[in-house]
Design a protein around this ligand. Sequence first.
Ligand code: E4P
Length: 217
Amino acid sequence: MDFFLDSTDLEEIKRLNSLGIIDGLTTNPSLIYKAKTPFEKLIRNICSEINGPVSVETVAEKSSQMVEQGIKLSKMAKNIVVKLPMTWEGVKACVELSKINVHTNVTLCFSAAQAILAAKAGATYVSPFIGRLDDANLDGVELIREIKKVYSNFNYDTKILAASIRTKNHVSQSAIAGADVVTIPTKVFDTLVNHNLTDQGLEIFNSDWKKSGQKIL
Ligand code: E4P
């Protein structure tokens, strides 16, 4: 499973990328707004920091404009993936961009039917928003399971990118349900390593090592 960061905070991105286990990144217009940095500069900086796909969203109503924006975005850096909304216009734009080998990510997916549309349009990724489904008292992880089943029934090669992650449980449950990628906000990412039994175990190992009087170096 690939780990993407869901962030536009360059300092946080650099901090977590230094771990060496980040495979890509996603942004969205709200995260761009939060960054308060000129758009193109921000995207270029993120794309040179991250050695993997970086999703950047088009903001247009008509498919022709989405395609134009997508082409412009894809010229900003080699690792750009063009994000398109799950609308008929987004589907049309996805078909067009796929034809010219621009990588795409169909976003705001809330049903298996929508995920089928994304696959048929040739999307590289589809982004089911599992946290927002949970917020609406629906089962986000169940949607990942459904999409996985449908995609394997028909050998679709669109990758399932679990998005709108709220907890570390979402990360593991998405993996179990068969997501190819999970995109994780930095705050949630920081919690992945935590377990109280790890802390307790380490404390005992360290204290016993001290008592043993041994040395490694
Ligand atoms: C994914 O690409 C989106 O940027 C993101 O996961 C949305 O998450 P939210 O529901 O927490 O805004």
